[in-house]
Design a protein around this ligand. Structure first.
Ligand code: ADP
Length: 449
């Protein structure tokens, strides 16, 4: 096992990894910007290194500074967390070239799955159904027109390098094709430095159902069940639950077996998430994330498996610490992402929390780096906390979530707790009947974006 790990992240993501390291008695090194000198991840790490000023390009994305920090602190491994450099294949390679283990999959897999066109092609070749659409990248407006002739409207134009719900344009009719083509490519270039786009059918009421993958170097390749992440705004997840209220054991086994076979064939190693859209009883692959996922705690709550500890074990060449065919899913877990945003408009509202008191009690877990007097900085994302509840069944989880949201005290910082309460009180959510457009349609008064 590793002796010392550098955590190339901040906020609750850094804390989550730090906790797994400490549970495995591994020493931790935090990196931080000047704005984060007093942050929780810095306080709790065994050592810390300041790597630059507040803006992310100069700090959390500053590869030479991070590699230097890893060297001076003498770590044998580096965990990228999620976001920042976690899906940057070049970074993974640079880390490896410095004889430091990158805690993640092989650079080759980060690279293949980071290109959504290539990911679709590979998965389809491996027998995983994909959303009907382009065979490859689209090289001209004429190709997009021809594709529209085949798959019809609505369709969605997506950036091959896209992520975080950005770089997507829905096209309702022929007349919108040219505008969407121009806009999608311009946004892709501005956002990801690559204007490659592709297109696929736009499903009207799909659910986002994703499968947690874990593979070690000892032949164990498994899926640890699904997460339903259909409560979204602007194609970004807000609430996640496990198991999905609409997937039965049969469907889970069927698609799970297909995914595991594909991932095994790929030779994939470590944690990963295969994201699917589920519509009318059918699953369609949309992308694979080659890292720990923000919403991983719901899987941890229902399986009792510490995914980050397993990820560390696998990266160190050890087998997983449980019997792959003997794990069970127990009860139900739900996670709310609480952000410093206006609960009506969802615009970011950075600021200081004068008072911060998180809920606790049976079945409640809070993953957060906040404390009274701490700040959500305009330089970083607006996540305040992930509130995760577990119950013996979905009803108990819902009651505990209601209780926990009521207990939460955050003063001085606009936040999304009121919106989460509205979601929770809605009869559709209580019944588990929602799709990826539901939140904007029912609670925010918006048509499909
Ligand atoms: P990103 O990489 O930016 O997260 P994804 O491809 O994973 O993009 O899609 C994010 C979300 O966008 C999905 O969860 C879903 O809500 C919506 N979406 C993506 N593709 C489609 C589609 N073909 N039809 C309908 N909604 C889609």
């Amino acid at each position: 096992m590793f002796r010392k790990v550098l955590i190339a992240n901040r906020g609750e993501a850094a804390l989550r990894i730090l906790r797994a390291c400490h549970d495995l008695e591994i020493r931790t090194v935090a990196i931080h910007s000047t704005a984060d000198a007093d942050a929780m991840h810095v306080r709790l790490a065994d050592e810390s290194v300041c790597i630059g000023p507040a803006d992310v390009q100069s700090s959390y994305l500053n590869v030479p500074a991070i590699i230097t920090a890893a060297h001076v602190s003498g770590v044998d491994a580096l965990h990228p967390g999620y976001g920042f450099l976690s899906e940057n294949a070049d970074f993974a390679q640079i880390v490896a070239l410095h004889d430091i283990t990158f805690i993640g999959p092989k650079a080759e897999h980060i690279s293949v799955m980071g290109d959504k066109v290539e990911a679709r092609r590979r998965m389809r070749a491996l027998g995983v159904p994909v959303v009907p659409g382009a065979e490859g990248a689209l090289s001209s407006l004429e190709e997009l027109r021809a594709l529209a002739g085949e798959i019809g409207f609505p369709l969605i134009v997506k950036a091959a390098a896209g992520g975080g719900g950005r770089g997507m344009k829905v096209v309702e009719s022929e007349g919108e094709l040219e505008g969407a083509w121009q806009l999608a490519r311009a946004e892709a270039l501005a956002g990801f430095g690559d204007d490659t786009v592709y297109a696929e059918r736009y499903l009207a009421t799909p659910r986002h159902v994703e499968f947690q993958i874990l593979a070690d170097a000892h032949g164990n390749v498994m899926q640890l069940g699904e997460r339903d992440c259909s409560v979204q705004r602007r194609h970004q997840k807000m609430v996640e639950e496990a198991p999905s209220p609409v997937i039965d054991a049969d469907a889970r086994r069927r698609v799970g077996d297909t995914i595991v076979a594909a991932v095994r064939e790929l030779g994939y190693l470590g944690l990963g998430t295969v994201e699917m859209l589920y519509d009318d009883g059918e699953f369609y692959f949309i992308e694979m994330n080659t890292r720990l996922q923000v919403e991983h705690p719901v899987t941890e709550m229902v399986t009792g498996i510490d995914l980050v500890c397993e990820q560390l074990r696998v990266a160190a060449g050890e087998p997983v610490s449980f019997k792959p065919d003997a794990f069970t899913v127990t009860g139900h877990a739900i996670e709310c992402r609480i952000t410093a945003e206006d609960p009506e408009t969802l615009t970011p509202q950075p600021g200081r929390a004068e008072v911060y008191h998180a809920p606790s009690g049976p079945g409640v877990r809070v993953d957060s780096a906040m404390f009274g007097g701490s700040e959500v900085s305009p330089h970083y994302d607006s996540l305040i906390a992930k509130l995760i509840v577990h119950g013996r069944d979905r009803d108990e989880a819902l009651r505990r979530l209601r209780r926990a949201l009521r207990e939460y005290a955050i003063d001085g910082l606009a936040n999304t707790i009121p919106l989460h309460q509205r979601i929770l009180e809605h009869p559709d959510f209580a019944a588990g009947e929602y799709d990826v457009h539901w939140l904007e349609r029912e609670l925010m008064g918006r048509e499909n974006p």
